[in-house]
Design a protein around this ligand. Sequence first.
Ligand SMILES: NC(=O)c1ccc[n+]([C@@H]2O[C@H](COP(=O)([O-])OP(=O)(O)OC[C@H]3O[C@@H](n4cnc5c(N)ncnc54)[C@H](O)[C@@H]3O)[C@@H](O)[C@H]2O)c1
Length: 357
Amino acid sequence: MVTTEVAVIGTGWCGGIRAETLAKSALVDKLHICEILPERLEEVRALTNPATATLDYQDIVANPAISVVYISTTPEQTHYPIARDCLKAGKHVLLEKPIALEFWEADELIALAKSNRVKFTIGYSQRFNPKIAYAKKSIAEGKLGNVVNVMVSRHLSRNLGKKIANRVKLSPAAMESTHDLDFVFWLLEPAKPVKVYSQGAYGYMKELNGSYDCMWSTVTMDDGTLVVVGGGWNLPPSYPNYCGTWIEITGTEGALILDDTARDHWLNTVSGGTQYPMSTMPGEHVDHVFAGQMGPETIHFLEAVLKDGPVMVEPAHARQVMEAYSAADLSADCGEPISLPLSNYSISKLADLKAAR
Ligand SMILES: NC(=O)c1ccc[n+]([C@@H]2O[C@H](COP(=O)([O-])OP(=O)(O)OC[C@H]3O[C@@H](n4cnc5c(N)ncnc54)[C@H](O)[C@@H]3O)[C@@H](O)[C@H]2O)c1
């Protein structure tokens, strides 16, 4: 049986899920983990029994036996330098979203992967949500006819919103709706986004870090399909990292409505009150099964490497998504619709916006 040596860099929430998944897989010859927080490194070492555990990611880069690397670090500024070093060293890389913070960084990573002939993908886990996969299949089979409109409304609990928005000045569009923009553009392929009009509303988060609580973006596709994506992170504290999503897709021959709010399973305890377990965006291990998308996504990438198959998310697609949420940020700031691809004028306005933040 073909197996390989793999590494996870950054074993916090998501990296911990990836490391546990890989530790259980027969496709993994040896697991290596890297984390800068010594206590967390020890916690994950105890859970996954890796061959090596290090505080310095350069140990992973320098180890020629490691062929596949999952990069799950925060803050998001770490994505580019770590991915660059791993790709340069000839490793296949799954990088959590966002692909990068600057367009030139994304372009360099894409070019490096191409020139070194290694696989490179971005962790847009929602593509492994069976409901989203069903939407893709239904549209491809023509069940809905021509898609006319897609609406996605996603809300996270404020504890997660606080965690994200405290570490990096990225908006709900960039950090949350990014998943929805990714899968909606995937559902609607080969149509491409050409215009974004977005607005944000302040509330609970403003005092904490200046961020909107919620952003709604309307995206026009080049075939006229209308996409409306809303992302918010101000739900009251609920099941750790609760996420509720509602999706409506209408077409000329049918409609598909997807309830992804996790209300179909309900835990009610005297100490904790009402909870909706298994409701986080990546999902979670439940004994012998994985409830959610990050487990299957982790194994899919490993199989793509071992079988030399296609990755699920092409990095150029992630770059297109990056343009769309950047356009949303700019649109919310200036109150105007923004055309895609971004013009040089829009890119320079975005630089001003970032500098002002
Ligand atoms: N696909 C999804 O559903 C999903 C969900 C949540 C987060 N994410 C993305 O995954 C990434 C990780 O998010 P998280 O919530 O797991 O973050 P986290 O903060 O829980 O974990 C990140 C870990 O990286 C470690 N780290 C930082 N710099 C490092 C370095 N140089 N070397 C090794 N370790 C380092 C930190 O100490 C931390 O433990 C984020 O970029 C986020 O956008 C994806």
